[in-house]
Design a protein around this ligand. Structure first.
Ligand code: FMN
Length: 185
């Protein structure tokens, strides 16, 4: 059975986006992917917890797509985590609702790949910076997937954005079909 994927999308200014918009368009065309735009759905941040939990239960894999903001995610992702991943539901002694589901981050960074190294401008790798998400997935008994990352968005040419969108589409298809993934970051 193909996995049903829930794409949690968070970009506060999609009108100005080049990279995430292209990735989102690619994802929208993949059968089995439900796109859920958090800023569009909750412009006032009034997150409907029951609805979000139902959506999670109805999918096998969660992909959280966003630009990297201050080495983390845009604010609505944190609000979503705070409210939706409830104790006793997602984690804690009786919190097993998400057990066995997959969690994957799909992030874009203004910084170049070389900036995300110990000796680079940002000092830490993307894998290290995403550890809070990885730890959250682990706490919620979910299976962490290597993140999908697009670097150097500010200088990306149209052809590079197209290539990133193709790679994202392939990654989602592999996730949906349970195929082994060759990760290129
Ligand atoms: C508030 C804010 C914070 C940002 N923080 C980071 C950051 O910590 N690291 C980084 O590499 N880029 C950072 N950026 C750049 C964004 O990641 C970049 O603009 C985005 O990936 C571009 O994607 P888009 O074309 O979909 O908008 C930041 C941008 C904004 C507006």
């Amino acid at each position: 059975m193909p996995h049903k994927i829930l794409l949690l999308f968070a970009h506060p200014s999609i009108r100005r986006s080049r990279v995430n918009r292209a990735l989102l368009d690619a994802a929208s065309a993949v059968a089995g992917v439900t796109v859920h735009d958090l800023y569009e759905t909750y412009p006032d941040f009034a997150i409907d917890v029951d609805r979000e939990q139902r959506l999670l239960l109805d999918h096998d894999a969660i992909v959280c797509q966003h630009p990297l903001f201050w080495y983390s995610a845009p604010a609505i992702v944190r609000e979503w985590q705070d409210l939706v991943l409830e104790h006793g539901w997602a984690y804690g002694r009786h919190g097993r609702a998400l057990e066995g589901k997959t969690w994957m981050q799909a992030v874009s960074t203004g910084g170049r790949e070389g900036a995300y190294r110990e000796d680079g401008l940002n000092r830490y790798s993307i894998d290290e910076l995403l550890r809070p998400f990885e730890a959250t997935a682990h706490l919620c008994h979910m299976v962490w997937q290597r993140p999908f990352v697009v670097h150097a968005t500010h200088v990306a040419e149209a052809a590079e954005i197209d290539a990133a969108a193709d790679a994202f589409r392939a990654r989602l298809v592999a996730l949906r079909d349970g195929s082994p993934v060759r990760v290129v970051v």
